[in-house]
Ligand binder design. Structure first.
Ligand SMILES: NC(=O)c1ccc[n+]([C@@H]2O[C@H](COP(=O)([O-])OP(=O)(O)OC[C@H]3O[C@@H](n4cnc5c(N)ncnc54)[C@H](OP(=O)(O)O)[C@@H]3O)[C@@H](O)[C@H]2O)c1
Length: 265
């Protein structure tokens, strides 16, 4: 796809799952890459694979919770290729705990990574996009950003919050060719449930049955890039779990009865 050739894509959470798959999809289309995450070893493995398809791929490892560092981080990202064309706000963590058991510190932790870090990074990238009068922000929300779901109260809240923020940003950018695509994946086969946080702050550590049956991350990434190429404002990616989104929109009374019966994991 010519749209991506020699364009710069910066992907957060590129060390695994959807972010890793996005890196390969961009690389195969000839994009230059900046890969971010905390796990340098994993990022190096992804970089090696990307370099099979593209000439340029940098690693910029940092903790998304260190919002104070973002000004320098963004300057560093921009310095690699002199521009950033796509910012993929993908890093995130899920949750598995009942509200009644979950201390507020856990809610804040999830919100900090899944909402504030994306917002913080975007705010630092925006001036660069405005200066170059171009750019495309891809935000990975979730179907949990469309409806609340058992054991994922803070996660669902953060994913809903992203929608409010980035839909507003899209309005504010209406006169500039800077685009925002909100992605709502359903169940994608990644380690997200294993890495999910529990009420006591430890990892869930389990590949949930539904997660395991989810669509492959590389298919998800291809669908994202197809939508990005078309500058779609919204992308729903998944299988039967998407029915809930349409049901809530068109038949809310039915949805509120039906969702109670859906197996959480
Ligand atoms: N899989 C699904 O079914 C699904 C569905 C809807 C939405 N999503 C969303 O898709 C995105 C990617 O998730 P995934 O499924 O690919 O899960 P994953 O395999 O667990 O990937 C999560 C990524 O986030 C990064 N990350 C986590 N904490 C970080 C931190 N403090 N600083 C920097 N990076 C951090 C991780 O990198 P490091 O460990 O190297 O830091 C990792 O690359 C998330 O936003 C998730 O909410 C996934």
């Amino acid at each position: 796809m010519e749209e991506f050739k020699n364009k710069v894509a910066w992907i957060t959470g590129a060390s695994s799952g959807i972010g890793e798959a996005l890196a390969y999809s961009y690389a195969k289309k000839g994009a230059y890459l900046i890969l971010s995450g905390r796990n340098k070893e994993a990022l190096e493995a992804v970089q090696k694979n990307c370099l099979l398809f593209t000439d340029k791929c940098e690693i910029l490892s940092f903790d998304m919770l260190d919002i104070q560092s973002f000004k320098n981080i963004v300057a560093q990202a921009n310095s690699y290729f002199g521009k950033i064309d796509f910012l993929c706000n993908n890093a995130g963590i899920s949750q598995r705990s009942l509200i009644v058991d979950t201390p507020i510190e856990i809610d804040r932790k999830v919100m900090e990574l899944d909402y504030f870090s994306q917002v913080g990074l975007t705010k630092e990238v925006l001036p660069y996009f405005q200066k170059q009068q171009s750019g495309h922000i891809i935000v990975i929300s979730s179907v949990a950003g469309k409806y609340g779901f058992h054991y994922r109260s803070a996660y669902s809240a953060a994913k809903h919050a992203l929608v409010g923020f980035f839909e507003t940003l899209r309005l504010e950018l209406k006169d500039i060719p800077i685009y925002v695509t909100l992605v709502y994946p359903g169940r994608i086969h990644t380690n997200i449930s294993i890495n999910a946080i529990k009420a006591d702050g430890t990892q869930h550590g389990i590949m949930d049955e539904a997660q395991e049956k989810g669509i492959a991350a590389d298919l998800c990434a291809e669908k994202i890039l197809k939508g990005v190429r078309k500058k779609k404002v919204e992308l729903l990616i998944g299988r039967e779990e998407l029915i809930l989104v349409y049901m809530k929109r068109w038949f809310p009374a039915l949805y509120y009865k039906f969702v109670l019966k859906v197996k959480p994991n």
